[in-house]
Design a protein around this ligand. Structure first.
Ligand code: NAD
Length: 480
């Protein structure tokens, strides 16, 4: 069935997000004007600043875009890449608003970016540049625990977040909640266990939840479980590495292809994700990795015959130019915007199931939310109750032991039961449990709309309907 919102040209990233948004709001009954209010980006700040490096002044351009302030603070990562531009930052900020609403993290949407190749500068230079960029944003409250809270994205990680947090504290020495100005910090700088792995872990939990629903598995033309499924991953960075690692090590999936900047590796029997990751860290790319076939034109491997495709690098990689050749029946968008609106239309018609970005990679913002709450409460999760929980479990185990001794050997406890049951949950277990619950609940909200409405044929439209509905309710409650 032909979609009136379908593009006949390859739209930009920002246009792609709006086309998908428009497709969903066409199915909603929003008060006049509210649709426009939700769609537009509230503000985008552009900064150009100079840093003295290598004997001369280098000028950098950065952005922080605020899409929707229906809830505050607004939240969204900071990206360091040469491809950063206003259009991209605004598209990513919009996705953040929808994502936060979908997974019920109480934030509006924002995103930032700095136009830079982080590999071109050494550590000291990167610190100088990052601190200066942070200074420009902090003095305009575009980094602030109660207004705007960044996180890592492509090209940034714990190191940059620690510099940003420290810069904020230097400029706001009496703000007791200063650590909450940014998430994704290292543990010893106010971070939380499980944040580094969170987005990849969320991709794993999303797929596990998908495979709990036989109707959905069938819709993708698949069967069975994640065990033995052939997976191709694009981008072995933070998100792609963790997703591929957990899926292969814990769910029995086989990683048959890994695509990186300098080409791709394929191996029908499965690639060792840890070994490839170490190889990249040591050699700067995947070329010459032993024991796998090297494909120079990496993007071609997106077209490899596989069960699940995980684009986890950048936007627009599956587009009108290659969509017809993509064979995967199930795509999970670990990256933001990897499938353009044109390709999305084509793949939907073909019957491919796409688990959309705003849900698939929401693990990062979910655990960022936990980190922000931890920073504001100034206490580690589990610290108060862990030992008390263990003491209560000890009582039950003691009682069971007494009964089993009385009843005889066949009633004795299974080995390791005592040790496993006695252990109270630490921060990492609690974070993973909260993340798993979030991913399950959000998936169920999406699939309910997908299966209950005759006019909704895909998970992306369902995701938009859920999130736009929640943002609209929030605006209505404010009297807008
Ligand atoms: P990253 O910088 O850690 O990793 C990106 C990886 O992609 C790198 O290994 C890089 O070499 C590779 N890459 C770059 N260009 C490529 C190309 N043309 N072909 C193949 N590989 C290429 O970034 P990340 O944090 O893993 O982010 C990846 C995606 O996930 C982005 O779209 C980002 O917005 C999204 N995301 C990240 C997070 C997070 O918590 N880090 C959260 C939500 C969404």
């Amino acid at each position: 069935m032909s979609d009136p919102n379908a593009p006949s040209f390859e739209p930009s990233f920002r246009e792609s997000v709006d086309i998908m948004f428009n497709r969903a709001v066409a199915l909603m009954d929003l008060p006049p004007g509210l649709e426009e209010k939700i769609r537009v980006c509230n503000a985008t700040y552009t900064v150009r600043f100079g840093v003295r490096l290598r004997g001369k002044i280098e000028t950098f351009t950065g952005y922080r875009s605020v899409h929707s302030e229906h809830m505050e603070p607004v939240k969204g990562g900071i990206r360091f890449s040469l491809g950063v531009n206003q259009n991209e930052v605004e598209a990513l900020a919009a996705l953040m608003s929808y994502k936060c609403a979908l997974v019920e993290t109480p934030f509006g949407g924002s995103k930032g970016g700095l136009c830079i190749d982080p590999r071109a500068w050494d550590d000291d230079e990167m610190e100088k540049i990052t601190r200066r960029f942070a200074y420009e944003l902090i003095k305009r409250d575009l980094i602030n625990p109660s207004q705007n809270v960044p996180a890592p994205d492509m090209g940034t990680g714990e190191r940059e977040m620690a510099w940003i947090a420290d810069q904020y504290k230097r400029m706001n020495t009496t703000d007791i909640n200063g650590a909450a100005c940014v998430t994704g910090k290292p543990i010893n700088a106010g971070g939380i266990q499980g944040r580094v792995e969170a987005t990849g872990r969320g991709v794993q939990y999303a797929l596990q939840e998908f495979f709990r629903h036989p109707e959905d598995i069938k819709a993708a033309g698949l069967s069975g479980t994640l065990d033995g499924k052939r997976i191709v991953v694009q981008g072995l960075g933070n998100v792609g590495y963790h997703a591929a690692k957990f899926l292969s090590e814990e769910d029995g999936s086989i990683i048959t292809g890994i695509i990186e900047r300098d080409g791709a590796l394929t191996e029908a029997g499965g690639l060792d994700v840890e070994a490839v990751h170490k190889w990249i860290a040591k050699n700067g790319g995947i070329k010459d990795y032993p024991g796998a076939t090297y494909v120079k034109d990496g993007a071609k491997v997106l077209e490899l015959d596989c069960d699940i495709l995980i684009p986890a690098a950048l936007e627009g990689v599956i587009n009108m130019g290659n969509a017809a050749n993509v064979k995967a029946p199930l795509i999970i968008e670990a990256a933001n915007g990897p499938v353009t609106a044109g390709a999305d239309e084509f793949l939907r018609e073909k019957g491919c199931v796409i688990i959309p970005d705003m849900y698939a990679n929401a693990g990062g913002v979910t655990v960022s939310y936990f980190e922000w709450v931890k920073n504001l409460s100034h206490i580690r999760f589990g610290r108060m109750q862990r030992r008390q929980e263990e003491a209560r479990h000890e009582l039950i185990v003691g009682e069971l032991q007494r009964l089993s001794e009385h009843l005889g050997d066949q009633w004795s406890m299974t080995p390791n039961f005592k040790q496993k049951y006695l252990r109270g949950a630490g921060e990492l277990e609690l974070v993973r449990s909260g993340l798993d619950d979030t991913m399950r609940t959000a998936y169920q909200a999406m699939r309910e709309v997908w299966h209950s409405r005759d006019d909704v044929h895909d998970l992306r439209t369902a995701a938009y309907l859920v999130s736009i509905g929640r943002i609209a309710s929030s605006y209505k409650a404010k009297g807008l």
